[in-house]
Design a protein around this ligand. Structure first.
Ligand SMILES: [Zn+2]
Length: 342
């Protein structure tokens, strides 16, 4: 079967691997349909000194597939069923897992496509408990962007930032995969959405998703525009994932008691914090990574009813993966890049 392996930093190869054995107890063989690319794939491809991993490694952290074969002890999945795949190999036994706080698993074995072999392969055996069935009306692409893109944003906005209808939220990088999801999820619940983009051709696209105000951060200082738009009050919630380049401005964009929720740092991992600003303004800083499986189910339910939709930049095959990752690295995308596996 075909698979896409990272051989060394910045070198990916389409290879032939032996298909997996029949599924073990509690396992399912999944035929992968679509893999959605994320910044974690760019990090992995560029090389991360601190990542515990062995090369070669099959890439792909976010995917959908069809149930091919069901192992013993699996009663709730049927061959042919479309599923969304949880991206981390949790234990399923610890307190966090049993309570549905999957991304706080105490014995997580790693993230697929980053620490462990990922989903850019035709067939893979997985524990059935890590598969979330797609409801009718959700296709392979919708199910592919539920685990990391929509699931992460659901977890950030609702579980962590406790976003409420009527609040104002600043979404950084509105053209990124999670940016396009955050604009829609916040707007559909009745929030005012301010977003940033890096080029003027993305402005109309962000507005079409529901953004009320779009700031080109290369032309204007976003924190100044945010203060003007909110009559110097600031926003209730900042949705961060850019990191070093935007952190100080994000803190300045918050109202008193505001919440900053972050899941990434694409521009760099280190910054400084003005502690006086933190405590005097009573700001809340929330770190978020991954999601709970329930977030995936909730996101797909919203797709099924047409409330939100995946925003797809392009679909690529194994041969054009390098160009796709370079475009992501250069932020020359609007929405998700989908790697078609079958
Ligand atoms: Zn666990």
């Amino acid at each position: 079967m075909r698979a896409l392996q990272l051989i060394e930093d910045r070198r990916l190869e389409a290879v032939d691997l032996a298909p997996p054995p029949p599924p073990a107890l509690g396992e399912v063989t999944v035929r992968i349909k679509a893999v959605a690319l994320n910044h974690i794939d760019v990090w992995g491809w560029r090389g991360m000194a601190f990542a515990k991993r062995k090369l070669p490694l099959v890439i792909g952290a976010e995917a959908s597939g069809e149930v091919e074969t069901v192992g013993q002890g699996v009663s709730d999945l049927l061959p042919g069923q479309l599923v969304s795949i949880y991206g981390a190999r949790t234990c399923g036994l610890c307190r966090a897992c049993r309570e549905g706080r999957d991304n706080l698993c105490e014995h997580v074995a790693g993230v697929h496509g980053f620490h462990l072999d990922g989903f850019a392969q035709e067939l893979i055996n997985l524990p059935a408990r890590l598969l979330v069935p797609a409801p009718p009306g959700v296709d392979a692409i919708g199910a592919a962007v539920a685990p990391v893109t929509f699931g992460t944003v659901e977890h950030m906005l609702f579980d962590n930032a406790h976003l409420e209808p009527g609040e104002t939220v600043l979404v950084h990088a509105g053209g990124s995969g999670i940016g396009t999801a955050a604009i829609q999820l916040a707007k559909r619940m009745g929030c005012t959405v301010i977003t940033t983009v890096g080029s003027n051709d993305k402005i109309a696209k962000a507005q079409a998703l529901g953004a009320d105000h779009v700031i080109n951060y290369r032309e204007d200082r976003f924190e100044g525009v945010v203060r003007k738009l909110t009559r110097k009050k600031g926003v209730d919630v900042v949705f961060e994932h850019v990191g070093a380049d935007t952190w100080a401005g994000s803190m300045l964009s918050l109202k008193r008691g505001g919440r900053l929720v972050t899941c990434g740092s694409t521009s760099g991992v280190s910054t400084s914090i003005n502690l006086m600003q933190l405590f005097q303004q009573q700001l809340k800083l929330l770190g978020s990574f991954g999601c709970r499986m329930e977030n995936m189910a909730n996101a797909m339910q919203k797709m099924a009813t047409g409330l939100v939709r995946p925003v797809i930049d392009t679909e690529v095959d194994f041969d054009s993966i390098d160009a796709a990752l370079k475009r992501m690295e250069g932020r020359d995308v609007f929405g998700k890049i989908i790697l078609r596996v079958a």
